[in-house]
Ligand binder design. Structure first.
Ligand code: AMP
Ligand code: MG
Ligand code: MG
Length: 334
């Protein structure tokens, strides 16, 4: 290990460690069956105990080790003392072992902004819980339809991620995605969860980069926040296949693992904490995330949180997808 890793790598090593702890919290709350659901702006905008506990854990842990950081979390929480057992002080060795890209070697804590989505895909997290607990309370899963419910619930768990993005000079430069329920298919005894991370100029780790074959257009989009503009825009891409899944983090995972070629969301709805970490990881492997006009989002501390002009993300061929965005979409989103 380098004797004194540079700030960005120390911060990423801490973010990695607290993202793993966050994954454990998300699993623990799911297992408790008591999600403590609160509606924020409506039934499609929810907060659970996992969102609250994870945000507390990430913000308190990072600000203890890096007191001058600006940290912006999704959830509006009362300022209160955070229980010591939520605080993570370790750093991931796997991150500390990597070199800091030279362009980021002299960053200062006060120049960095951390965007935290404690749980992305909360809607899917709550749906999975309600399906799981509706079958759980019966003695046995009897019918095929109940098995189907169970399978649906388990698949929804993969949509859930914890996102920690780091920006410098308005640009998303590094990010961590933890997927708390990864490997659920392996059944009891399996170690659940994985952490993916990336830094511009260094690369991305924790997964195997794969691409959809060039002649296949597979579009991924929202499953719970759709409207006519969203579906019109997806169709304008002339997709061979459409994959509707929850979570901005999860959709970027679909891109980098070769399950989808473009993430198309022609609507406001996602916020800076949804896109910062995923964008950094996507860009670290040569992909691109923009709004529907092809413009980059800015992640400075004082920007508005809403990504009002939609999300278009691709691993390759960004220009093609951008060229197919209908004028009606561009006019509607600014
Ligand atoms: P989705 O692709 O629908 O899972 O959305 C990705 C992220 O953006 C999630 O964190 C959602 O909560 C958020 N989001 C997207 N659309 C909306 C909306 N209309 N209202 C609230 N949150 C939204
Ligand atoms: Mg989110
Ligand atoms: Mg969230």
């Amino acid at each position: 290990m380098a004797t004194n890793p540079l700030l960005l790598m120390r911060l990423m090593a801490s973010a990695y460690a607290v993202a793993e702890k966050s994954g454990a919290i998300a699993r623990r709350v799911m297992q408790s069956g008591d999600l403590g659901i609160v509606e924020k702006t409506g039934a499609n905008d929810l907060q659970t105990a996992a969102d609250r506990l994870v945000q507390k854990s990430i913000c308190a842990s990072l600000s203890r080790s890096f007191p001058k950081l600006t940290i912006i979390g999704e959830e509006d929480l009362p300022a209160e003392t955070v229980e010591e057992d939520l605080i993570e002080t370790t750093q991931a060795e796997e991150v500390l072992l990597k070199p800091c890209p030279p362009e980021y070697s002299s960053l200062k804590e006060e120049e960095l902004v951390v965007w935290v989505d404690p749980l992305d895909g909360t809607k899917e997290y709550t749906e999975a819980a309600s399906l799981l607990y509706s079958t759980h309370h019966r003695q046995k899963v009897h019918s095929g339809s109940e098995l189907q419910l169970l399978a649906t619930a388990l698949r929804l768990l993969d949509h859930v991620t914890v996102l920690i993005g780091i920006s410098y000079g308005g640009k998303a430069i590094a990010g961590v995605i933890n997927q708390p329920f990864y490997n659920y298919q392996l059944g009891s005894g399996a170690v659940l969860g994985r952490t993916m991370w990336g830094v511009l100029g260094l690369g991305a780790f924790g997964f195997q980069l794969q691409e959809v074959p060039d002649n296949q257009r597979i579009v991924t989009t929202t499953r719970s926040h759709s409207n006519k503009l969203v579906t019109d825009c997806v169709q304008a891409m002339e997709p061979h296949k459409v994959i509707k899944v929850g979570g901005a983090g999860n959709k970027i995972v679909q891109l980098v693992e070769g399950n989808a070629s473009a993430y198309v969301f022609a609507s406001l709805g996602t916020k800076k904490w949804d896109t910062c970490a995923p964008e950094a990881i996507l860009h670290a492997v040569g992909g691109k995330l923009t709004d529907m006009h092809g413009n980059a989002y800015c992640y400075d501390a004082n920007v508005k949180h809403m990504n009002s002009a939609g999300v278009l993300a691709t691993l390759r061929n960004h220009e093609y997808y951008l060229s197919r965005v209908p004028q009606s979409v561009q006019q509607a989103l600014s």
